[in-house]
Design a protein around this ligand. Structure first.
Ligand code: PMT
Length: 222
């Protein structure tokens, strides 16, 4: 129906940061609060979808009616997503997945000794690309967190990762993006684009889900 355009569809969403362990007490991470991803989950639910969130560590409660799978690292998130995605009609990658993890995971707390220490990092798998490469892939929506040339880098990610859609946000501003109540999105898909101006994340999430539902349906009907 018009009010529930996603009724009967399964939506899988990643949200929050990942934590990459350095030793048993320390980690590398970022400022993602999970607010954008959780708002998307709530919005997808409101539009009628069955929603699963694969979430890094955040302080938020899962929106009513949404299933949550809690993970820590990018490798954990990758594994959980790959296990869940076979059921999904739509995948939205909103998590701020760490691009790199410490090459060595040491078993004991690192002692303070030398004045300088070096940490070697290795690349994490790209969850979004791996989902997009599946033979029976869902409709794939990525995010792009950029500090410059938003459209250029977003379009590049859309093409390179072979996505159906990408939502780009400018994370160089303090009042929007990471760990704020507000955001603004520039949304691109192969044959179009739309701008969702600055607003609170809940209202933006509903607007983005409307755009996703429309393009998802168009692709289904094609
Ligand atoms: O959580 P909030 O505080 O509400 O903040 C929201 C947000 C700013 C984190 C969110 O709106 C956002 O931009 N999320 C994507 C952050 C990010 O990692 O962007 P990226 O441009 O580095 O990555 C591009 C895409 O690839 C993203 O969809 C990301 O989920 C995905 N990715 C990245 C690396 C990786 N190893 N695997 C991935 O799937």
């Amino acid at each position: 129906s018009a009010g529930r355009p996603l009724a009967g569809t399964k939506v899988l969403i990643t949200a929050g940061p990942t934590r990459e362990a350095i030793d048993p007490v320390r980690y590398l991470s970022n400022h993602s609060s999970g607010k954008m991803g959780y708002a998307l989950a709530g919005a997808a639910r409101r539009l009628g979808a069955e929603v699963t969130i694969v979430s890094g560590p955040v302080v938020l409660n899962a929106p009513a009616g949404c299933r949550r799978i809690a993970v820590q690292s990018a490798l954990d998130m990758h594994e959980a997503v790959m296990a869940e995605v076979t059921n999904a009609d739509i995948f939205i990658g909103c998590a701020a997945v760490a691009d790199y993890r410490p090459a060595q995971q040491v078993e004991q707390k690192i002692k303070k000794s030398r004045d300088e220490m070096q940490l070697t990092l290795i690349k994490n798998p790209d969850i979004l690309s791996d989902v997009a490469a599946l033979p029976n892939r869902p409709f794939v929506v990525g995010f792009a967190a950029e500090t410059q040339d938003l459209e250029h880098y977003a379009r590049d990610k859309l093409n390179r990762k072979r996505l159906d859609m990408i939502a780009a946000n400018d994370v160089s501003k303090q009042n929007i993006g990471f760990n704020s109540e507000q955001n603004a999105l520039s949304v691109f898909w192969p044959s179009g684009e739309t701008k969702l101006p600055e607003s609170d994340k809940h209202s933006l999430a509903l607007q983005l889900l409307d755009v996703i539902a429309e393009q998802y349906k168009e692709k289904q009907d094609a």
